[in-house]
Each structure stands twice: as structure tokens, then as C-alpha cells.
Design a protein around this ligand. Structure first.
Ligand code: PHB
Length: 389
């Protein structure tokens, strides 16, 4: 208890310190899973942050920007300890990153106590931005894509669906928002399967899904697991049985898509980003990202990181270099810009991202597999929050 009080006092002091001394350097604590199961997310976001700084320099409003990267291996206890150290010892003015929902949530009370912005670049559970007035999100929410997927499926001859999701918060968000909308549109969800997040074996779940002979499986697995999922889907012959895959685009993640094989061709998903998005801004983003990273293709996590840096840079410009947390959050509310994914903005009421959601189909383009966008929904807010109001 005493330790906890000490920590609260230290966080409050840290908040005072960053306001009281004009510093020449502004530090950003970037906490990512660089090792462990979610390491691909860390790698993507780290690369995107470096690309942003290579393009825009490290000076903003007269301040030198310094990113302090720490690996939390996607373990929330680590994230919390690291965030405390970054705030109290390194005197960071922002905490950013967060590869999965539990790590983003673990830091919310610290952001509130220290009054510093927490920029969520990856996690996608709806509730996250409600956990602190200092949280702003540049990633996505699962309901944003899942509700649109439900409408598309119902309108395109899919009547009977089995859902398969990772058994934690974003999986529940995806499953529930899909089901609500799909049932409203006249469809039926005949089984709801939940797969453990850690080291998943999808085979027994795919067998159960196959036995229910649905038109489609609605799938949510976090970025990094799509390759294993698709391999087991093809091995079990579900593609040959005519059972389609639908879902948010995490399962056809650009990072892994090209190695998934032909079983994935024709898969339709709804999502915020495709490396094949045909805008000039995206074309140069993809080309420079690949060049700087040995040919690695950017995925939706990379754009969350890239846009998170843009948000930080532009907020600092608006505050003329002040790192006062309240001023920075005020500057971020309502900010709008063109991302590699298309036009995006920060909802001034919820501090959550508003973005286009695209329906895409996996196709071969120039011998490589891509999610090719063929339909667009403009400026989608998080339906997860709208539903609760
Ligand atoms: C999350 O934990 O919020 C999360 C992680 C990876 C995803 C989507 C959501 O692809």
C-alpha cells in the first residue's frame, strides 16, 4: 500500500516536473511487444515510427524529439512497470504503442495520474478510450469493421455463420458486434467458438465449425496469427467444402498474406488498411517502408504507429512545444489528416479514431497476394460506443 502511495506521489510529481521546466527534448515512451507472440506488431510499429521520423525530422516546435523504445512482450504487468519507470525516471511526455488491449488498459490509470497523453497505436477494444481522459487512439476498433462485415455478408447470400474469435476483449467485441448486426439483417449465428489467445491450435475448433456446415466462418485473430489460422483452415479442407472466411482484416494481415497460399484467394474482409490502397500517399509509404525494412510490407499496425507519430508532432506544433498534457489532448481532439489508409480524424468527444472502412477481396496482383479494396464506407465512428449511448 505504502509503495502504491509513493508511486502515486511520484507520478503526480512527474506531472508537475514536466510542466514546470521548459525542456529542450521531448521524450516519447514507446512500449511495444518486440518479443513474444505479438512481436510482429512491435516490429511493424517500430519501423513505422522510424519512417515517420526519417521523413519529418526530429525537431518539432523547437524541441528535439526522442523516442525511448521498451519491450513489454505484450505482458500487462511489464507494460505497467515500464510505463511507471518511463514517466518517473525518464520524464517522458507521452506514452505510446500498446500491442494488445490488456497492455493499453494497464497504463490507463498511470496516464490519468501523471496527466500525460497515452497514444494507443495498435489495440482495438472499444472500451479503451473510456478508461482515461488522456487516451487517444490511432488504431481502430473491432466493431468498426465487424458491423460493416455483417451487413455485407447478409446482403451477399451468407445466411448461416459460425464465429471463431480469440478469447479476450477484442474477440468479444468482434463477435458481439458482428452477431447483433448480422441477426438484425436476417442472418443466423449457429455457433460461437472461442480460441485461447496464447499458442492457439485452431484445428479442433475448425472441425466443430465444419460439422455445423455454415456458409461462412466469421474470424477474429490478432495480427500475427492469421498465417497459422489459414494453414489449418486449408489443411482441414474447409475451403474445398465451400465454407468462406469473413471478418475484420486481421486474419488477412498484409504482413503475412503473401505466404498464405491460394486457399486464401477470394476471401472478403472489412478493414481500415490495405497495402494495396491506391492513393499516392500510400504508394510512397509502402515503397519507403519496404525499402527501409528489407522488403517487409507494412500492415494495419504500421499505419497506427505512423499516424500516432503524426498526432504527436502536430499536437506539439499546436501547443508551440508545450508538453502540458491537457493542452496536448485539447490539440488532438478533432485533428484531421490524410493517412496512408485514407482520410482520418480524432473524434473530439470520444478521442477515438474516425476512419473509412473498406471491403476487400484477396486477389493476386503482379504475382503477389493483396487485399484489393472494392467498396468504401466513409468516416466510420466506433459503433461500440454509439451502441452504449
Ligand atoms: C488487441 O489486443 O486489441 C488487438 C490486437 C491485435 C489485433 C487486433 C486487436 O489485430
Amino acid at each position: 500500500m505504502f509503495r502504491k502511495q509513493l508511486m502515486v506521489a511520484a507520478l503526480a510529481l512527474a506531472a508537475g516536473a514536466s510542466a514546470a521546466y521548459a525542456q529542450d527534448t521531448v521524450k516519447i515512451g514507446l512500449i511495444l511487444p518486440m518479443t513474444g507472440q505479438q512481436a510482429s506488431t512491435g516490429k511493424q510499429i517500430d519501423a513505422a515510427v522510424k519512417l515517420y521520423m526519417a521523413r519529418h525530422g526530429n525537431m518539432v516546435a523547437g524541441k528535439k524529439i526522442e523516442v525511448v523504445l521498451k519491450d513489454d512482450a505484450a505482458v500487462p504487468d511489464n507494460t505497467k512497470r515500464i510505463a511507471q519507470e518511463l514517466i518517473v525516471n525518464d520524464k517522458v511526455s507521452f506514452v505510446a504503442g500498446f500491442g494488445i488491449t490488456p497492455t493499453a488498459l494497464a497504463v490507463a490509470p498511470l496516464a490519468t495520474q501523471a496527466k500525460i497523453p497515452e497514444i494507443v497505436m495498435a489495440a482495438g477494444t472499444s472500451i479503451i478510450t473510456e478508461r482515461s481522459p488522456y487516451i487517444v487512439r490511432t488504431s481502430f476498433t473491432l466493431p468498426q469493421s465487424s458491423v460493416i462485415m455483417a451487413d455485407w455478408a447478409a446482403k451477399n447470400g451468407i445466411k448461416k455463420v459460425v464465429t471463431i474469435v480469440s478469447d479476450y476483449a477484442p474477440g468479444m467485441d468482434a463477435q458481439n458486434s458482428f452477431k447483433d448486426q448480422f441477426v438484425k439483417a436476417g442472418g443466423a449465428v449457429v455457433a460461437e467458438l472461442k480460441v485461447p489467445l496464447a499458442n492457439p491450435d485452431f484445428a479442433p475448433f475448425l472441425q466443430r465449425a465444419r460439422d455445423a456446415s455454415p456458409d461462412a466462418l466469421f474470424v477474429f485473430v490478432p495480427s500475427g496469427q492469421g498465417g497459422t489460422f489459414m494453414k489449418q483452415y486449408a489443411e482441414r479442407g474447409l475451403d474445398k467444402a465451400g465454407i468462406k472466411i469473413i471478418g475484420p482484416g486481421d486474419v488477412t494481415d498484409d504482413d503475412l498474406l503473401n505466404n498464405m497460399g491460394d486457399a486464401v484467394l477470394g476471401t472478403v474482409t472489412a478493414h481500415l488498411y490495405s497495402a494495396a490502397h491506391p492513393s499516392p500517399a500510400n504508394k510512397s509509404f509502402v515503397a519507403e517502408f519496404k525499402k527501409a525494412n528489407g522488403g517487409m510490407r507494412p500492415n494495419f499496425m504500421a499505419v497506427g504507429g505512423y499516424d500516432g507519430m503524426h498526432l504527436i508532432y502536430e499536437a506539439l506544433k499546436k501547443t508551440k512545444g508545450s508538453t502540458n498534457g491537457d493542452a496536448l489532448i485539447a490539440a488532438m481532439k478533432g485533428m484531421a489528416w490524410e493517412s496512408p489508409r485514407g482520410p482520418i480524424s480524432i473524434d473530439p468527444e470520444t478521442r477515438d479514431i474516425i476512419q473509412n472502412i473498406y471491403i476487400r477481396r484477396v486477389e493476386k496482383v503482379g504475382g503477389e497476394l493483396y487485399n484489393v479494396e472494392f467498396s468504401k464506407f466513409d468516416a466510420v465512428k466506433d459503433p461500440g460506443k454509439a451502441a452504449k449511448k
